[in-house]
Every structure is written in structure tokens, then in C-alpha cells.
Design a protein around this ligand. Structure first.
Ligand code: LLP
Length: 416
């Protein structure tokens, strides 16, 4: 099976007829995840970051089929919660990193239990703490495995202020306090194996790349300063993908080269932990047109997917390409339209001012780059069942996650 693919898969590269068939078969809204594209993305990352440890930030997409695909490639898993850790371990990852952000007590209990579970003896687990008291909480629970420190490097990047983490006080130990915590961890007999920092998500333009290099350079200095016999320096995820047709993909080779250069001479292994890059262009969201309404301002195309299916446009004003899959699209006049979801919020718009062949009721539209933070951020708001997920790119298409039903919505309610 080939693992070479184009640097980015655009929406137009998908097989429209095959997508229509999936929509007919499974209904909409429907996420389609192409596991072959996931493999290609991992291969591209590997080719560029050949000497670095690559972890997949599972938060971008934790659908079991995707986790299994990535686990098979041999990447490690970066997990932000006990739930993610459990899913990654169950899907076959043998190296897992738990990056605890203000970890709830229950999470720590679970993670420490997993670390001590004899049936998971082969699991290589490192816990990354972002605060001195998180370390204390682990020590109190009897954890004696390897630890890393999440550093707040004081420099952030990302596609939106809401996902810029490197300079947000919420994340990591302040840069100038790391040395103190490191000594404490080592003095108490723990194995401090790594340092970690993450600039933010969606690093794509020059300013973001400059911030990334700055972060790596600061972290390189810190690793040299500490000299506690660390194994790795993880400089985070965040590699962006082009969402707009006019945007170019990142040149991974030059990002990798710049990362190594910025880190400087090190006797520890560099690590990265991309999520989006692995899965974004491996997913599309299919949605059906429910209504077409001319208004004085625009034509509103009402579809069955909304902010509960794909939150990114409402949450970050994110742009996702939208195309019609109607077989006779070529014969229709183009119009400019607003593609709006069925949720009672003004923010529930998937695309504004989009030019596309005049949509008709019943048409299926495809929304691109939906593999990362798409299904993952779906919710039940407005009592909308979450969509189904179908997996392709490994034999016959197969249902990966069932569509929720109305009765699923009340399944956890307790009768009064
Ligand atoms: N490592 C850490 C510690 C992170 O917090 C994240 C993302 C990643 C790695 C992976 O970042 P990526 O390579 O996927 O950019 N929901 C937002 C993205 C939030 C990302 C949160 N942390 C979105 O849809 O844009």
C-alpha cells in the first residue's frame, strides 16, 4: 500500500460519486474518514521529521478506526485526558504520553492505575505535569514512573487567539520556575525524562512559524541549562494545514530543518506532536440541503449539519471549503450563498458568501478538511443527535461510529 500522496488533499480531490454513495447508504450528516490519507500524512511527517519522535495528538480525532490506523504506523499518542489515554491504549498504541492540563483527581487516579496495571506492562507511559501540585498529586498516589515538565515558554502561535497556548498562563510551568521544579522532581528520586511545550494550533503563516522557532530556541536553551539527563524535548504540535483554496501547504522539510536549527546542539531527542496535520484532510463532512431561501441579503442554504456537527466555523470563524456533490452541478448557474445549519444560534453558519452552483433541496454538500476537530467537537445542543462516521481507505467502507438516535439523547437521564 503506497504511503505517498500529494502534500495536501483538497476537497476537489475526493471522489464525488463515491461520497454521494456514502451519503445514500449512511444518511447525513456524515463524516467520512479516509484512513489511507491518514497513513500518507504520517508518512509525510516521518519523511521530514526523520530523527524526531512523532506523537499523534489524539484530541484531533479519537475515532477508534483512526486511532488504530495511526497506532499501526508506530507513532506514539499524546493524550490530554484519562479518556484519551484509555482510548489510545485500547487502540494499540504502545507509547503514550499523558499531558495533564489541570488534571481532575479522577483522571490522575485512572492514569496511575493504568501505569501500575500488570496487564499493560508493555505500555510506555510518560506523564507530563504542568504545575508543581500536579506532581505532588501524582507522588501522593504512589506514581513512580517517568515524568516530564510542561513549560510555559512565553511565546504562542495559532490560527486564532482561542487556540494560542504557549503564552497563556493556564498551560505549563512558567519558564523561569522550571529549573526549581526539575530539581525537586529529581531530588525526590523521580525520573525526569523530558521537557514539553506547545505554541498553539494551526501554525501556518510566517509570524506563527517565527514564534514556533522562538519557542524551540527557548526550549533548547532550557534543556541545555537543566542537563538532568533528559531523554526528550517535545516542542509540541500545531502544524497547520491550508483551509482556503488559495493557501499553500506547509513545507514540512523546511519546518523540520528550522526546528532542528532553532533547538541548537542537544543531547536529547526532539519530539513533535501534531494532531491536525495527521487527520484534517483525511476527513470530509457530508450534509444535505434542507431548504433554499432567497433573502434580500443573500440566498440561505439550510443544511442538516451545523455547529453541533462542525463547531469550528462558529467557534473560531474558521473557513472550510464547501462544494456541491450534485451530479448535474455543471449545468447550474452559480450563486452566492450562506450555508447555515439547523441550530437556533446566529453563529450557526458553516460558510458565508460562498459561490457554488445553485443548490437544490436534497443535494449533498461536502465540507472539506473536517477530519480534525470535527466529529471530536460535536455536541448534542438543541437535542441534535451526533452524526455517524464512516471509515474508508482500507478495504470496503465501514461504519466507524453509529449515528446517535433520539433515544440516545435521554439515555443517561434518571427518572424522577
Ligand atoms: N499538543 C498539545 C499539548 C495540544 O494542546 C494540542 C492541541 C496539540 C498538541 C495538537 O495541535 P494540532 O497539531 O492539532 O494543531 N479545536 C481547535 C484546536 C485546539 C487544539 C488544542 N490543542 C481547532 O479546531 O482549531
Amino acid at each position: 500500500m503506497t504511503t505517498e500522496g500529494p502534500p495536501i488533499r483538497r476537497l476537489a480531490d475526493w471522489d464525488a460519486a463515491a461520497l454521494r454513495d456514502r451519503a445514500d447508504e449512511y444518511g447525513t450528516p456524515l463524516y467520512v474518514l479516509d484512513q489511507q490519507r491518514v497513513r500518507e500524512n504520517v508518512a509525510a511527517l516521518r519523511a521530514a521529521f526523520h530523527d524526531e519522535e512523532i506523537s499523534y495528538a489524539v484530541k484531533a480525532n479519537t475515532v477508534r478506526a483512526t486511532l488504530e490506523t495511526v497506532a499501526e504506523t508506530g507513532l506514539s499518542a499524546e493524550c490530554a485526558s484519562a479518556g484519551e489515554l484509555q482510548r489510545a491504549a485500547d487502540a494499540g498504541f504502545d507509547r503514550v504520553r499523558y499531558t495533564a492540563v489541570n488534571p481532575p483527581a479522577g483522571d490522575l487516579d485512572h492514569v496511575v492505575e493504568l501505569a501500575a496495571d500488570p496487564s499493560r506492562e508493555d505500555l510506555d507511559l510518560v506523564i507530563t505535569v504542568g504545575a508543581a501540585d500536579a506532581f505532588e498529586a501524582l507522588a501522593r498516589r504512589g506514581y513512580d514512573g517517568p515524568l516530564a515538565i510542561r513549560v510555559n515558554p512565553g511565546v504562542g502561535a495559532g490560527h486564532h487567539a482561542k487556540v494560542t497556548t504557549g503564552d497563556a498562563p493556564k498551560f505549563g510551568v512558567p519558564y523561569d520556575r522550571v529549573s526549581e521544579l526539575a530539581s525537586e522532581i529529581v531530588d525526590r528520586g523521580f525520573d525526569l525524562v523530558g521537557l514539553h511545550a506547545h505554541a498553539g494550533s494551526g501554525i501556518h503563516d510566517e509570524a506563527d512559524l517565527a514564534a514556533h522557532r522562538e519557542l524551540v530556541s527557548r526550549m533548547g536553551d532550557l534543556a541545555r541549562e537543566l542537563g538532568h539527563g533528559l531523554d526528550f524535548l517535545n516542542v509540541g504540535g500545531g502544524l497547520g494545514v491550508p483551509y482556503r483554496p488559495e493557501e499553500e501547504p506547509l513545507d514540512l522539510d523546511s519546518v523540520a530543518e528550522a526546528t532542528r536549527e532553532a533547538a541548537g546542539e542537544l543531547d536529547v531527542r526532539l519530539g513533535i506532536e501534531p494532531g491536525r496535520y495527521v487527520v484534517a484532510d483525511a476527513g470530509v463532512l457530508l450534509t444535505t440541503v434542507n431548504t433554499v431561501k432567497p433573502t434580500p441579503e443573500t440566498t440561505v442554504v439550510g443544511v442538516d449539519a451545523g455547529m453541533t456537527t462542525l463547531l469550528r466555523p462558529a467557534m473560531y470563524d474558521a473557513y472550510h471549503e464547501i462544494q456541491t456533490l450534485a451530479p448535474d452541478a455543471g449545468e447550474r448557474d452559480p450563486i452566492t450563498a450562506m450555508i447555515a445549519g439547523p441550530i437556533c444560534e446566529t453563529a450557526d453558519v458553516l460558510g458565508r458568501d460562498r459561490e457554488l452552483p445553485r443548490p437544490e433541496r436534497g443535494d449533498v454538500l461536502a465540507i472539506g478538511n473536517a477530519g480534525a476537530y470535527g466529529y471530536e467537537m460535536a455536541s448534542n445542543y438543541n437535542s441534535r443527535p451526533r452524526p455517524a462516521v464512516v471509515s474508508i481507505g482500507g478495504g470496503e467502507p465501514r461504519l466507524a461510529v453509529e449515528r446517535e438516535t433520539l433515544s440516545d439523547l435521554t439515555r443517561l437521564e434518571v427518572e424522577q
